[in-house]
Write a protein that binds this ligand. Structure first.
Ligand code: DX5
Ligand code: ZN
Length: 217
């Protein structure tokens, strides 16, 4: 199984994105956390910033929307040319219609599940999505502790995808470090979002390489 490392620029220097993006050029995708202070109790940046990051980034964008009213906004993020656009299950009135719209525009469509979200109702919708993001922290902030209790959820999504014969990317987000990446990989994750462990643990390029090795071990 391919392993993807997606550093989160939430942990980068907000006034030096271009410099920090250069430091993660060996990663697969850059994870961009959009927060609106409604869906989550924190605020980051919106469309104009994502548009600009898209223009200067050496690698494609993996946009994670932690916003209300995803039906209204997600297509605009896809229009920026983002490689993937992921919205939270609860944030869309019609997740299937929204995923179809995102795909139509040309981005991969992702659905995100918070720690408290039961994956069951979404498993039958998997063919409509290219990726599933399982949160291993409460969304809103970087630097939190990895929730090991989410491993059965990760496993259940992987099993459902395999049963349906789907080549879906299974993303894990929150508290991913050299210590936690292995257990996430063992439970079926193939795409790893890492903020603090990439940007606050020494040279980002070294961190990415070590995370990749650990995930594939
Ligand atoms: C949290 C975000 C994460 C965050 C992860 O709401 O969705 O992408 O950047 O940060 P770390 O890796 O520091 O937990
Ligand atoms: Zn995220």
């Amino acid at each position: 199984m391919a392993t993807r490392i997606n550093p989160s620029i939430l942990a980068a220097d907000f006034v030096n994105f271009e410099r920090d993006l250069g430091r993660i050029a060996d990663a697969d995708l850059v994870h961009v956390d959009v927060m609106d202070n409604h869906f989550v109790p924190n605020l980051t940046f919106g469309l104009p910033m994502v548009q600009r990051v898209q223009e200067v980034s050496p690698i494609p964008l993996d946009v994670h929307l932690m916003i209300d009213d995803a039906d209204r906004w997600a297509p605009d993020y896809a229009e920026t040319g983002a490689f993937s656009v992921t919205f939270h299950a609860e944030a869309a009135d019609d997740p299937v219609a929204l995923a179809r719209r995102i795909r139509e525009i040309g981005s991969r469509a992702g659905i995100a599940l918070k720690p408290g979200t039961d994956p069951e109702p979404y498993l039958e919708l998997l063919p409509e999505f290219d990726q599933v993001l399982v949160m291993t922290v409460e969304p809103g902030f970087g630097g939190q502790k990895f929730m090991h209790e989410m491993m059965p959820k990760l496993r259940s999504v992987r099993t459902a995808a395999e049963r349906a014969g789907l080549d879906i990317w299974l993303q894990v987000d929150g508290g991913v470090t050299l210590e936690t990446i292995e257990v996430a990989a063992e439970n079926g994750a193939d795409t790893f979002v890492a903020g603090s462990s990439v940007f606050a643990g020494g040279d980002p390029a070294d961190q990415i390489r070590m995370l990749r090795e650990r995930a594939a071990a």
